[in-house]
Design a protein around this ligand. Structure first.
Ligand code: FES
Length: 273
């Protein structure tokens, strides 16, 4: 169906909607936020993709394992004795990341995250790109149909993300032990610790976690412990978007730090030991 002007008469051009001649009446730089969001997400995906398949410079000073290679479960991890804490059983292939056990789930966790969904629906799918800016799509079905109905699996990705956060925590703790020098503290330890702390903030502030803590309760007064946990998670949840972006940054910086130390480009400063 088209209008008299030959425009598709669905979506914002439906009968009954105000006939606005131009694309939008907004005169400000409304496109800045979606453009920045797209650039940030793509930059992370490109960096993460390159690093995940590089299969080099992932273990430094015999104790720092980058989160992009954790858990290191490929037979290729044998090139760095000490990097594989959970066994090596995946085939060593340039097409299989060393952390192929966790990366697909972490990607799924972020892709189905309520915040990231909002971010890429608006910035990449342009649905809509900004307030008072019409979307280019004629119809809207939300997340009621395939494939978007699959976004509901987020709650299951959450449980796997919890496990991976535990593994990252283990990595950060065992990094204090050097195979020959014993207990040591370097700048890399602080980098790993800050990264894992923020990863926990992102994971625990998840909307699914909030539901697990206090969802479906009719009487909070009968579940004081769950209520208390729910209030804590709710407080963190208000900053979920912040943690979503900050952890993309800390993941990249942590990986970069480990890669640069592993490559010998920079030296890890020892603070203790
Ligand atoms: Fe963002 Fe669950 S809602 S990680």
């Amino acid at each position: 169906m088209t209008t008299a002007r030959g425009v598709d008469a669905r979506g914002v051009h439906s009968p009954g909607r105000a006939a606005v001649g131009s694309g939008t009446l907004r005169a400000d730089r409304w496109w800045l936020a979606p453009a920045a969001t797209t650039a940030g997400l793509l930059a992370f995906l490109v960096y993460g993709g390159v690093r995940a398949f590089q299969q080099q410079y992932f273990f430094a000073d015999e104790r720092y394992l980058t989160p992009f290679y954790s858990p290191c479960v490929s037979l290729g991890c044998a090139s760095e004795p000490g990097a594989a804490h959970f066994g090596m059983f995946l085939p060593d292939s340039p097409l299989i990341p060393y952390a192929a056990l966790s990366l697909p789930f972490l990607l799924g966790f972020r892709l189905t995250c309520y915040y990231y969904r909002k971010a890429y629906y608006r910035s990449i799918w342009l649905s809509p790109p900004a307030c008072a800016v019409p979307e280019p799509h004629a119809t809207y079905t939300g997340e009621t149909r395939f494939p978007l109905v699959l976004q509901n699996v987020h709650r299951y990705f959450f449980y796997v993300a919890l496990l991976v956060s535990l593994i990252n925590t283990y990595d950060a703790v065992v990094a204090f032990r050097h195979p020959t020098d014993g207990f040591v503290v370097g700048v890399g330890n602080l980098v790993l610790l800050v990264n894992v702390a923020l990863l926990w903030c992102y994971t625990v502030s998840c909307h699914s976690c909030r539901h697990v803590m206090g969802g479906r309760l009719t009487h909070f007064s009968k579940h004081p412990v769950r209520y208390r946990l729910w209030t804590w998670v709710s407080a963190l949840n208000t900053r979920h978007m912040l943690f979503a972006w900050v952890t993309l940054g800390t993941l990249v910086l942590t990986d970069l730090y480990v890669a640069l130390v592993a490559a010998g480009t920079i030296t890890d400063l020892r603070l203790v030991g």
